[in-house]
Write a protein that binds this ligand. Structure first.
Ligand SMILES: Nc1ccn([C@@H]2O[C@H](COP(=O)(O)OP(=O)(O)OP(=O)(O)O)[C@@H](O)[C@H]2O)c(=O)n1
Ligand SMILES: C[C@](O)(CO)[C@H](O)COP(=O)(O)O
Length: 420
């Protein structure tokens, strides 16, 4: 039986309150929807994807699907007026051939693949499956009282769970629940806020099995959630995915890697994976934009550019050497500007070494602020160049050379080290 992932992206994001549907807002260098699609398209358990999109925005989905080569996206369908109406449209688009369906909020982009695996496994023995996590707050039932609300009840927290998505069903089960709901005039007056609610109300004899979710699988609902999700992405990426020997070779074999700064170890490692490398250490002054442009022009095709600055001395502003300004601020900007036309042509990647963690922050003001500047530059450029397929990441200078290469071939963009 095949497994269809349904991405519910038909809303407008009223509570986030931007002029554009919130699923198209960029986080960590890509739109929320793109992150979510990447999880489903990359899951071996998913055979096909149906996207329900806000009417008028299907072209944006097509652009993402084509640019990222998301081959499993079979249909892009206009969403309905409500979440449940979007689900119903998805069920109609899938048709009557029995299959398993995983309905997921597009705005939960931090879904871990292991949750999809657990859901698909659970569907082998259950016809309805829900992802949920324990509630860490005590939940109250409010009641009308004198001058406002009072507590009507305090629920038993040990039994409380917070519903997430995916919510997963055998197609015939969720279809029957919806057919009953749509035939019930009461459903319009008292709609459901999720799909399990529809099954529970209209097919009460079908047990809905619970699978553990995760705190990270948050829903972007309010403006602050955008900041939280951004931070969580960077924490999630803190352990850069290890591509393995085959992935490393596939990413570097035949590619040209240009390093600015003392990056000999990195270059040697890249060469072992089949890359052609060029290191510009002391001979190119990175504060001189024209010199960086010339250096890159002398290489020919460029797939990856790495900026690996010397780690500067520590100290307060008064003691800071011009070298820190040069390598911390001007270097990253000049290398990025000069590398852009090359990387746009090859859809390549830029990796910027930061000035590392500062112990006791305030004592090393220039170095700390340079690190923050590089982190923000990375995020901004990742978003700015995402449409051109150019990836931009940064890394701590102390990270092993292997980690630098793993980031280069990872497909990540907008990645900054935790805490930057
Ligand atoms: N008519 C709708 C409404 C919502 N959704 C999707 O359901 C998920 C969860 O809904 P929610 O967070 O409420 O999204 P919005 O409806 O966009 O937000 P708001 O209620 O603030 O407008 C989102 O991925 C949203 O795009 C949908 O497919 N069709
Ligand atoms: C389905 C859901 O994400 C489970 O928590 C939630 O009910 C959706 O609610 P929303 O108001 O449509 O965001």
């Amino acid at each position: 039986m095949s497994t269809v992932g349904v991405i519910l992206a038909g809303g407008v994001g009223r509570r986030v309150g931007r002029g554009t549907p919130k699923q198209l807002i960029p986080i960590a260098g890509r739109s929320i929807l793109e992150h979510t699609l990447a999880v489903f398209d990359g899951s071996p358990e998913i055979d096909e994807i149906v996207v329900l999109m806000t009417p008028g925005y299907a072209d944006q989905v097509r652009e993402i699907v084509e640019r990222r080569g998301f081959g499993k996206v079979g249909q892009i369908v206009d969403g309905g007026e409500s979440r449940t109406e979007s689900t119903w449209r998805a069920l109609r688009a899938i048709g009557h051939r029995e299959c398993d369906v995983l309905l997921h909020d597009a705005v939960r982009p931090l879904l871990e693949p292991r949750i999809i695996t657990a859901c698909v496994r659970a569907l082998q023995t259950h016809t309805a499956v829900e992802v949920a996590i324990p509630s860490s707050d005590t939940i109250l039932v409010a009641a009308p009282g004198p001058g406002g609300e009072i507590i009507g009840d305090v629920l038993d927290r040990s039994l409380l769970r917070r519903a997430q998505t995916p919510q997963c069903f055998r197609l015939s089960v969720i279809r029957e629940a919806y057919e009953r709901a749509l035939a019930d005039p009461e459903f319009e007056r008292r709609p459901a806020t999720d799909d399990c609610g529809v099954v529970l109300r209209y097919l009460p004899d079908v047990p809905i099995h619970l699978v553990p979710g995760s705190e990270r699988n948050m829903k972007v609902t309010h403006p602050d959630d955008l900041h939280l999700a951004e931070r969580l992405f960077h924490l999630a990426d803190a352990g850069v995915p290890a591509p393995g020997p085959a992935g490393r070779r596939a990413g570097l074999d035949g590619a040209t890697v240009v390093v600015f700064g003392p990056g000999r170890d990195l270059a040697l490692l890249a060469e072992q994976e089949g890359a052609r490398t060029r290191v510009f250490a002391g001979e190119v002054r990175v504060e001189d934009h024209d010199a960086v442009v010339k250096a890159l022009a002398s290489v020919g095709r460029v797939d990856h550019v790495v900026y690996a600055p010397e780690v500067p001395h520590l100290g307060g502003l008064a003691d800071a050497a011009d070298e820190t300004l040069r390598t911390g601020y001007l270097g990253p900007v000049n290398v990025a500007r000069a590398a852009h036309p090359h990387l746009r042509e090859t859809r390549g990647g830029l990796l910027i070494g930061t000035h590392g963690h500062t112990e006791g922050g305030a004592a090393h003001s220039l170095r700390s602020s340079a690190r923050a500047a590089v982190a923000d530059l990375t995020r901004a450029l990742a978003a700015e160049w995402a449409g051109e397929g150019v990836r931009v990441n940064c890394v701590d200078p102390g990270a092993p050379a292997q980690t630098w290469l793993d980031i280069l071939v990872s497909g990540l963009t907008g990645r900054v080290p935790g805490g930057a």
